[in-house]
Write a protein that binds this ligand. Structure first.
Ligand SMILES: [Ca+2]
Length: 374
């Protein structure tokens, strides 16, 4: 008996020293790497390590765990120039030890061109800061030379992007895995629109598209009508909405009214593990914004996208509506307009719209995924 007691004591001691492993079998994950391939099209930024960055970390872990196959990351415009987004993507992948994931450079020139000051003034539009930077710096900035924008980056990565453009990469991958690739477009939609315009069979050969964009039942965040990602290039959104996707899911600006990143949620991730990913969060999000300000909160948009793709169970509020975008220059330029399913006009597309998730469960999932070493 004494021996058994001693043995049990040793077992208990050993168990106590092993860090708790998250039990991911508790989650209703519906995706697998064999069947669910993802291209992440993102206006990522490392100076503001926010939404896109959290989403990318979740995708990297989902790929490492075999829940998805992350085929590549493509750089889009909207909140930053494509040069900065590319630098951010390369940097994050290098820090995460994931130089095996290809990065392809997109474009920050909208389908209808960059809007100069005369156009902005003539139609009463809002000036998007990074579009002004593209106009000012043009081709003089690139992912390995950000010029005056260098102050907003972590520094440069030793990783290199692939030679293909974002839209070329998308077309190639979609035809390599017909019916299996989901596009996650969490920046401007220009790259995706270019893939569609260059290959009319592109959309129908994907598994579908998840957008972060548009404002359905709430005001926009760039203008009273328009949300930033879709305001950057409304003509591209119009092309995308009218392509022949098997599935279109929109995570609109509405979700940002419901979901916030809080001190407790970011802390949950940092307590879940100590690895290159949690260190990135600690250095660039926690230390810069939360550490000295525990009451600080920020709205969440893109970070919700990969998780609802993997576990639709997180969705608490959703419906199916017809959605179109206004492309006439003027006050309502870039506005996303929604009708009941089947009631929309010709240029409207039937989409699933996700307004809210179970935030506590979602961020526990983020913590369990990002904190685990797969
Ligand atoms: Ca984004």
């Amino acid at each position: 008996m004494k021996k058994l007691t001693a043995f049990l004591a040793i077992v208990a001691l050993l168990l106590a020293t092993v860090p708790a492993m998250a039990d991911l079998s508790d989650y209703q994950i519906v995706t697998t790497a064999e069947t669910h391939k993802v291209i992440f099209d993102t206006d990522n930024e490392t100076d503001w390590f926010g939404d896109d960055s959290f989403a990318l970390l979740l995708l990297l872990q989902a790929d490492a765990a075999g829940y998805i196959d992350l085929l590549g990351v493509t750089s889009a415009a909207a909140n930053v120039t494509v040069a900065e987004a590319t630098t951010a993507n390369l940097n994050m992948l290098e820090r995460a030890g994931r130089g095996d994931i290809p990065v392809a450079i997109g474009t920050d020139i909208p389908l209808a061109g960059l809007k100069d000051d005369a156009t902005i003034e003539a139609y009463g539009l809002t000036r998007i800061n990074c579009m002004k930077q593209v106009l000012e710096y043009g081709d003089s900035i690139s992912y390995d030379n950000l010029g005056p924008l260098e102050q907003y980056a972590w520094g440069y990565s030793s990783l290199e992007p692939v030679e293909q453009t974002a839209w070329e990469f998308m077309i190639e991958q979609v035809h390599k895995y017909p019916g299996q690739v989901t596009i996650m477009a969490v920046g401007a939609c220009t790259n995706v629109a270019l893939a569609i315009l260059n290959d009319p069979t592109f959309a129908e050969n994907t598994a579908g598209i998840y957008y972060m964009g548009g404002s359905i039942d709430v005001p926009g965040n760039d203008t009273p009508c328009a949300e930033r990602n879709w305001y950057y290039d409304p003509e591209a959104v119009d092309v995308c909405l009218n392509a022949n996707w098997p599935l279109q899911v929109i995570v609109p600006n509405d979700i940002s009214k419901n979901q916030k990143l809080t001190y407790d949620r970011i802390n949950l991730i940092m307590e879940a593990g100590d690895n290159a990913l949690t260190q990135m969060i600690r250095e660039n999000a926690f230390a810069k914004r939360f550490e000295n300000n525990p009451d600080y909160q920020e709205s969440l948009w893109d970070a919700q996208v990969p998780g609802i793709f993997m576990c639709p169970d997180f969705i608490t509020e959703s419906d199916v509506r017809d959605v179109a975008i206004v492309t006439d220059l003027g006050y309502t330029y870039g506005e996303s307009v929604a009708w009941d399913e089947g009631e929309g006009p010709e240029r409207a597309a039937t989409c699933q719209i996700v307004y809210n998730v179970d935030g506590d469960a979602y961020w526990q999932f983020m913590a369990d995924m990002i904190g685990t070493d797969f």
